[in-house]
Design a protein around this ligand. Structure first.
Ligand SMILES: [Zn+2]
Ligand SMILES: [Zn+2]
Length: 376
């Protein structure tokens, strides 16, 4: 769409008749603008041009003098009267849209609430199992204690903001060839508060807030998983005068423990069992969260067999139950045998019968075990 060619008839652009009322023109433009809004019409490359064209048409028809000039002399008449279509100064279509309709943060009145803060803490598996109190330190914007947050040097008055007259908002005007476009913005002097100290606090320069290091004790509940977040409402940055604080989000990282793999609330550990003991059966020690515990390895235990210790896993978050500890048996085949050991094993081998080695496993099950999915 060329900007230098003769502009289209504004009535045609807005799709209204030449006798359309002000209301009808306004309604038609709103309707069109909504259809052309970038949020709705992100895929139409011409949407911006179309919107500008509609805006120009509206600028002409919404002003009775301009409309009369156009009705009588057309675009030529407007141009010789000093009007030229130019909305290029607006940048994005979003800016243009905002200039006409507001929205997107414009019109917000009053002090801004505090922002959220995100911090991370690292705990070990034992702490995750038992729950822990962890101190986290971070820089946060806090209420200024010198002025108690009102931004005024103690003993000095707070006055109505001169810039916005106490409204907290100002009208910013943008000059266009069609006249002034007005948009509402948060006052840059009082930041929406409507009041300013005559003598700003010397500690916080009148903002009522100061950045400082803060330490918060975070209670990490038993059973928490790596990557979970704890939200502490109102522990984030302080808001501007009178507004609420943001929230604190604590990301909990659980350090890996070399003894255990965690799977939900279950823990998995591996137990090395020498092959003769796996055949004979034995009582062996396995690591648990709170020390060690004896387990019975039954005679004839095979590589990859799992011994489950009920309730010895992680606590279930907030429910007072526990997962299991699954002990995966890792059978060790003796190596570097002495002559005597070799002879013993040879004698043993000679005595083995098919009954000693019988297994109910299918080839598929054996392969699956060999390929390492036994712990799943
Ligand atoms: Zn202060
Ligand atoms: Zn103000």
């Amino acid at each position: 769409m060329s900007r230098t060619s003769m502009p289209r008839d504004p009535y045609e652009v807005l799709g209204v008749g030449r006798d359309a009322s002000e209301q009808q023109i306004k309604k038609a433009f709103r309707q069109l603008a909504r259809e052309l809004h970038p949020d709705v019409n992100a895929h139409d490359p011409d949407a911006e041009e179309k919107f500008k064209e509609a805006a120009e048409a509206y600028e002409i028809l919404s002003d009775s003098e301009r409309r009369a000039t156009y009705d009588r002399y057309g675009h030529e008449g407007l141009r010789s009267g000093g009007y030229a279509p130019n909305f290029d100064g607006f940048g994005s279509i979003g800016d243009l849209f905002e200039a006409f309709f507001g929205g997107g943060g414009v019109g917000r009145s009053g002090p801004a609430p505090g922002a959220d803060i995100a911090v991370a803490v690292e705990i070990d598996l034992m702490e995750a199992a038992q729950g822990a109190k962890v101190d986290v330190s971070f820089e946060a914007v806090d209420r200024c204690e010198h002025c108690h947050g009102n931004g005024a040097e103690p003993g000095t008055p707070i006055e109505t903001c001169e810039r916005c007259g106490g409204a907290g908002q100002v009208q910013a005007t943008t000059r266009t060839p069609f006249g002034q476009m007005v948009r509402t913005m948060t006052c840059d002097v009082c930041h929406g508060d409507g009041r300013v100290p005559r003598q700003p606090c010397r500690e916080c320069r009148g903002r009522g807030r100061l950045a400082s290091m803060r330490t918060v004790e975070v209670e990490v509940p038993a059973g928490i998983s790596d990557g979970q977040r704890i939200r502490l409402a109102g522990r984030g940055h302080a808001g501007e005068l009178g507004a609420g604080a943001g929230d604190l989000y604590v990301l909990v990282r659980v350090r890996p423990d070399e003894r255990f793999v965690r799977e939900g609330d279950d823990l998995i550990t591996a137990l090395d069992v020498p092959a003769p003991l796996a055949a004979l059966g034995a009582t062996l020690e396995v690591p648990t969260l709170d020390g060690t515990q004896s387990v019975e390895v039954p005679a004839g235990t095979q590589p990859g067999d799992v011994i489950t210790l009920r309730g010895k896993g992680m606590p279930t978050l907030g429910r007072g139950r526990h997962g299991d500890l699954r002990v995966v048996v890792n059978v060790l085949i003796p190596r570097r045998l002495s002559a005597e050991q070799r002879e013993l094993l040879e004698r043993l081998t000679d005595t083995l019968t098919p009954e000693n080695l019988r297994t109910n496993e299918s080839m598929f099950a054996k392969l699956r075990r060999a390929l390492g999915s036994q712990a799943a």
